[in-house]
Design a protein around this ligand. Structure first.
Ligand SMILES: [Zn+2]
Length: 184
């Protein structure tokens, strides 16, 4: 989708819109992130200190659940910068330990598998039995301290389609408004 734009010789634009919820002009491609995996949010305040270790990039619960923070980029048609999500995915013990041990090195030739275990309001497909989006992802590790990038596996989840095909300007506004003003 983006390629067509460039082929037409149109200059990619900077994203901005006047918000239908608050009336303000929100400038720049939307970027939203989660401060921790959902599982961490389930813990009560005092349990968090006893049972979990959380940093800006990693989370471990009960010494047996492992999560890393990653970036998912969704192209917006005709826009230079993608719609960016900061999301947590689960990791196997082996992958997590390798990730942490090599954290200060160039990790760009390495990667892992992870399940997207957050709930994204704008994409919510969760049910009572299925509490997360449960999108299978390849996690591409990076060099120079950048967060790993998510590559969703092919599925019928709309997140996969948006990742591959990109989203329209209008859809980007819709998603951004849903996230910024959940009740509106
Ligand atoms: Zn707004």
């Amino acid at each position: 989708m983006l390629k067509n734009w460039f082929a037409l010789g149109k200059k990619p634009k900077t994203f901005e819109f006047q918000c239908a919820c608050c009336g303000e002009i929100h400038k720049g491609s939307p970027s939203f992130s989660y401060a921790h995996p959902t599982q961490y949010g389930w813990l009560l305040e005092d349990e968090r200190q006893k049972r979990a270790e959380l940093s800006g990039d990693t989370c471990v619960i009960d010494g047996e659940e492992y999560y890393v923070r990653t970036i998912l980029e969704i192209p917006i048609s005709g826009v230079e910068e993608p719609f960016t999500w900061g999301l947590w995915v689960s990791q196997s013990k082996e992958s997590f330990e390798r990730y942490v041990e090599s954290f200060n090195n160039d990790q760009s030739k390495d990667g892992s598998f992870g399940w997207l275990t957050v709930t994204i309001q704008a994409y919510d497909r969760t049910t009572q039995d299925q509490e997360f989006e449960n999108v299978a992802c390849d996690v591409e590790w990076q060099g120079n301290g950048a967060r790993p990038r998510l590559i969703p596996h092919q599925s019928d989840h709309p997140l996969y389609n948006d990742f591959v095909a990109g989203i329209s300007w209008g859809r980007a506004i819709e998603i951004a408004q849903t996230v910024m003003h959940p009740s509106g």
